[in-house]
Every structure is written in C-alpha cells, then in structure tokens.
Design a protein around this ligand. Structure first.
Ligand code: BGC
Length: 470
C-alpha cells in the first residue's frame, strides 16, 4: 500500500480496519433492505388496513419522509456526539421503528414505525460512509467506503428474497421483522469498534485518537498522520451551520448537492421500486416472469457494485462516473425507443427483450458510477469541522429528490408516455455527464487532509487530480 501525507508508510492494513469497515457497512444493508422490502409487503398491508390508492402511496413513501428528517438531524448529531455514537443511535431507532411496525394493527401506528425506520436510515445513509472514510487508509478509501453501497444493493436483493419467502403466507410482519437481524449486529458491533480518530482530534481527545490510530494502522508511529489531522483542525474554526457559507466550501457544496440531485433524477429508483411494473408495461404479464426479471436486476446491481469497489481506487472516481453515466444515458435512450417503437407490430416479446437488456445495462451502469461514487465523494470533499453538516445537506437533497421521483413516476408516465419519461431521465443523464466533466474533482489516493487543503486554498475542484502514480 502506498502511504500518503503523514500516514505511516510501514503500516499494513490491520484486520481491525477491515472488521470496522465491514460492521459499519451493515448500515447499508438497513438502507437497502428497508427501502426495498415495502414493494412486496405493501400488497398485504393494503388488504389488511383497507388502504385507498392515496393511503397506499403514503404508506410506501413514509420511509422517505423519515429519511429526510434523519438526514436533517444526523449532521448535527455526527459533528456533536461523534460518528460512532450516531450510528449506534440510528440502530436503536431502527429497532424501535421495526418493533412498532411489527406490532401495528392500524395505519397510524404503522406509519409512526416506518417514519422511525426512515429516520434511522437517513442518519445511517451518510454517517456510515463518513465513519468509514475517516478510518480507512487513503489508498483503499474508495473501495472501503463503497462497501456501504455494496451492502445497500445486497440489502435490496435480500429484501426481494424475504418478500418472496413470506408472500406465500402473506406474513408482512415477518418481512419487516427480518430487518432487525442486521440492525442488532450493527448495534453490538459498533459498541465494540473504535471511534473516528479525526473526530476525536477535532474534539480535543488526542490520547484516544492516538490509541485508535495505533490500533487501526498497526504501528506505534502515527505521529505523522496525527500531525496532519491536527494541522487541519487548527486551520478551521469550530464548525457551525454558517460555516457552510464559507467561500472555500461553496464549490464542494455545489458538487455534493448537484450529484445528490442527479443521482436520483436520472431515475434509478423508478427501476428499484417499480421494476415489476416496468416489466409489465413491456408485456411480461406473468407475475413469475416479472419477479424473476426483478431479481435479475437486483443481482446485476450487486455484481456491478463489486466491480466498482474493485476499480474505484485504481481507475479513480471520475472515470467510473463518466463511463457509468454514459452507459445510463444510452440504455435509457434505448429503453425509451423500445417503448416508442418496439410495441406496435413487432410483438410484446421484442419489447420485453429490449426492456430486460436495457434495464440491466442501465442498473449496471448506475452501480459502476453514480451509485457508489456519490456517497463516496460526499464523504471526501468537506472539511472536518463541518463534514457531518455538509454531508447532511447533500443527503437531505438526495432523499428529497428520491421522494420526488418516486411520487411522480407513474403520473409522468401517464402524461408524457412511457418512452417520454425514460427519455427525460436520459436528458438529465446528459446534464449529469457534463456536470461531472466540468465540476467533479478526482480524489483517488489523496488523504482527506490533502483534499481539504486544496479547497481551503480556494482552488477549483477540477484542479484536484488525485495522487500521482507511485
Ligand atoms: C441510492 C438509492 C438507490 C440505491 C440503489 C443508492 O446509492 O442512493 O436511492 O436505491 O443506490 O442501489
């Protein structure tokens, strides 16, 4: 491993770092599982609580409202009480929410539970990448933070499996209860893990920070890395919300908010949440066929994310984003064309095939680029004193845009036609590609302190070009 800045050169990568990363990333499973599980559960809940279509939408989207609330409160929490305690708090709220949903006998209690689950996911969605980015060695930070995204995709896949498993008996409570397993592991695991050394330095706990660094770097010589962190803490005022308006944070904030919006407005969650519906639009009317196709989408999402985890520290963040978004634009354009021209005359099976191939290519392209790299970059580009708060702003934007897309997809498909919606997302994809080309920095291999220094000097994000080859 190549060491950067004051990071110890002699250190190996300790087992403790791997364990800490793997345990924290379980937060990603909660995110994926609980956003995915509703798609199967809602069928039974609608029946049991006799929900109208509007109430069904409310029941489905309540978790997103909770996530927005969680993202709002999580920034302050992560900066004040620390990254590790925030993840612990999120697991407790998650378990409380799951318990509430499981015992709910009416819609209102169910909604309270789902909002609580959402709050927990909203916090975990960015504090987990934040925690991992602050303990990972810089040369491996991309892959380690992206493990969170890999676990999100696994959570989605497992939720499809749980929905399938429990749908025979119609046991929707069991579908939700299953989510308590990873939450309990996360809760216990985080108690046993070290806190973020960077947060500890910023909160004047030098001794604890030194001891954590020694443990996670596997060497007693951590003075260089500690000095780098101290120096960067000294350069900053104590963080508060108004610091977010500082000129040096403006560009990173635009990058984070822009990527947050574009990650969602290119339509990923129409596929994640509505894949069976899209396949039915395309003529796969049998439930088995559309469930199998949806499971296929889930598997591709996981596999392509594995590729991203492997490549992100070698190829870098920008190449993955640019290649991934280009792939999304092409596959969305083909998907739209399939709906526009493939249906009439050529038979449903051709449209079914075009839909399956282009949706698969689309999800794979998302999973290589915008999926993992958005969460990674927002954990890298903000200064330590406001990292939690700045990430929370990007995360709020992401969940709010998710909410918007999820609520408007079916209506838009009615108004513009199915082809029209996918072409609209393709157009947003072109904007996303240009945005990345012009504004997104390359952070590969750099320490968080080096990235911070670049922006403090008031330099443009594009001038940051990653660590030079050894
Ligand atoms: C996005 C989620 C999405 C998931 C799909 C995440 O990066 O933020 O909205 O559902 O990827 O894999």
């Amino acid at each position: 491993m190549k060491a950067r800045g004051g990071e110890p050169k002699s250190s190996g990568i300790t087992r403790l770092v791997y364990i800490a990363v793997a345990v924290a990333a379980i937060g990603g499973i909660l995110f994926g599982y609980d956003t995915g599980v509703i798609s199967g559960a809602i069928l039974f809940i609608t029946g049991e609580f006799s929900l109208s279509p509007t109430l069904e939408e409310v029941a489905t989207s309540s978790v997103l409202v909770g996530a927005i609330l969680g993202a709002i409160s999580g920034g302050l929490l992560a900066d004040r009480i620390g990254r590790r305690p925030s993840i612990i708090a999120a697991s407790v709220v998650f378990l409380a929410g799951t318990g509430t949903v499981v015992v709910a006998t009416g819609l209102s209690v169910f909604l309270i539970g789902r909002v609580l689950i959402g709050v927990a996911i909203g916090v975990a969605s960015f504090v987990v990448p934040l925690y991992i980015s602050e303990i990972a060695p810089s040369a491996l930070r991309g892959g380690m933070v992206s493990l969170n995204q890999l676990f999100i995709t696994l959570g989605i896949l497992v939720s499809y499996g749980a929905d399938y498993l429990f749908s025979a008996s119609g046991n929707w409570r069991a579908m939700f209860a299953f989510g308590a397993v990873p939450a309990t592991i996360l809760l216990i695991g985080m108690f046993l893990l070290p806190g973020s050394p960077r947060w500890l330095v910023a909160h004047h706990q030098q001794d604890r920070a030194t001891s954590v660094l020694r443990k996670i770097r596997g060497t007693s010589d951590v003075s260089g890395e500690l000095d780098d962190i101290r120096r960067s803490v000294r350069m900053q005022e104590t963080g508060n919300w108004s610091n977010l308006l500082a000129p040096s944070i403006r560009m990173p904030l635009i990058v984070g908010i822009g990527l947050a919006v574009l990650q969602q407005l290119t339509g990923i969650n129409t596929v994640i949440y509505y894949a069976p519906t899209i396949f039915q639009f395309a003529g796969l009317h049998s439930a088995t066929a559309s469930i199998a196709a949806t499971a296929g989408v889930g598997v591709v999402n996981v596999l392509a994310t594995v590729v991203a985890v492997i490549l992100v520290d070698r190829a870098g963040r920008r190449p993955l984003l640019l290649a991934g978004i280009a792939g999304m634009v092409v596959s969305l354009a083909v998907l739209g064309a399939g709906f526009a021209f493939g249906g009439a005359g050529s038979g449903g099976s051709l449209l079914g095939l075009i839909t399956a191939v282009s949706l698969t290519a689309y999800v794979a392209s998302f999973a290589i680029g915008l999926g993992p790299v958005f969460w990674l970059l927002i954990a890298e580009i903000y200064p330590l004193n406001v990292r939690g708060r700045a990430m929370s702003v990007a995360t709020i934007t992401n969940w709010a845009a998710n909410f918007l897309i999820t609520l408007t997809f079916l209506t838009l498909a009615g108004v513009m036609g199915r082809a029209g919606v996918f072409w609209l997302y393709a157009l947003v994809g072109i904007v996303a590609w240009l945005f990345v080309l012009r504004l997104v920095p390359e952070t590969k291999g750099l320490t968080l302190e080096e990235i911070e220094e670049h922006f403090r000097a008031g330099r443009h994000p594009r001038e940051l070009k990653g660590a030079p080859k050894p």
